[in-house]
Structure formats: C-alpha cells, structure tokens
Design a protein around this ligand. Structure first.
Ligand SMILES: [Fe+2]
Length: 175
C-alpha cells in the first residue's frame, strides 16, 4: 500500500524520461551511459487511441528502444523487451481512497529462464520501484490538470494522461 493518489503512480510509470536520472543507480544508469557515450539523440512517437496511449522511444544511433502503453484507467505496460531485456512489466495503481493506492506489479520474464535467474531479474526491477516510492509519496493529492512546471516535448504522454483524467473528473462531477 502506497500513501499516494493512484494518478501519481500511473503518471510516474508513464514518465519514461526520469529513468536515467531517478534510477541512475539501477537500470536507468545503464540506459543513460550508453546513450551519452554514443551522443545519441532520443526519438519518440506517441500514438493515442480512444482508450490508450502508446509511447515508442528509441535512440538514433544505438540499437536501443523502449515502449510503454497506458490503458484506461490504471494500467501501464512497460515493454523492456523492446530494449533487449526479456522482461515485460504490468503495473496497476488500484485506488483505496484519496490518499492510498494498492500498487500491483507483475514482472513477466520472457523466454526460457530458470527460476533462480527469474528471481534475480525480478529483484533488479523491484529496486527502481522503491526509488519511485520515495518520490511519489512526496507528491500531495491527485495530479493537477495544469502545471506551473516547465514541460518538454517528452512530457506529452503524461500531459495527455492529465488531460484525460481532468476530463473524466469533470464528467463525473456533472453526472
Ligand atoms: Fe521510476
């Protein structure tokens, strides 16, 4: 159980740009190091459907890629397998109340892998979750619709989520 609004957890999972910074001591560091050494430029695409947002991110000069999908309302699929790591993560933020969320994480290790390796891979993916928890629990309440923060083009996915949430909240208040 996390002491946070569920939208904070989903927003964090969609914010792929934080990986090399917040998770520099776990897998994020490896992503950033390779890209910096190769002086890569990140290219990304966002595909919005009626019920989902799909993000594709790749570097222009190294074989690395990353994709995630948000599905309404509270599921994010992290496709590390598209980055060469045979892992796919499903992450749910299940609201308990305004201040608490049940964080459900399923880590699927793809391909032929023995149980010991699976456990150690899962361990690798749990460390960043703990790093996120500290940041997310410092955020008060639900995600705002507008922000006084400086946004950059790679924030588009999280801003689309904020817009969807805000529109859905307005419908609920009207209904
Ligand atoms: Fe994170």
């Amino acid at each position: 159980m996390w002491k946070a609004h569920w939208t904070r957890i989903i927003e964090n999972a969609m914010d792929f740009v934080h990986l090399p910074f917040v998770h520099r001591n776990s897998f994020g560091g490896a992503i950033g190091k390779k890209a910096l050494e190769a002086k890569s430029v990140a290219e990304y695409e966002i595909e919005k459907t009626a019920e989902s947002i799909k993000v594709f991110n790749r570097f222009d000069n190294i074989p690395s890629g990353f994709a995630l999908e948000w599905h309404q309302p509270n599921l994010v699929v992290l496709k590390f397998d598209e980055m060469g790591v045979p892992v796919r993560v499903h992450l749910f933020g299940v609201p308990i109340n305004e201040h608490q969320t049940r964080y459900i994480l399923t880590i699927l290790v793809l391909g032929e892998t023995d149980e010991i390796s699976k456990a150690s891979i899962a361990e690798e993916f749990i460390k960043p979750v703990i790093e996120d928890k500290i940041v997310i629990e410092s955020q008060i309440g639900e995600i705002p619709n507008t922000t006084k923060e400086c946004n950059v083009p790679t924030d588009r996915a999280t801003l689309l989520f904020r817009n969807w949430y805000s529109a859905t909240r307005r419908l609920k208040v009207k209904g």
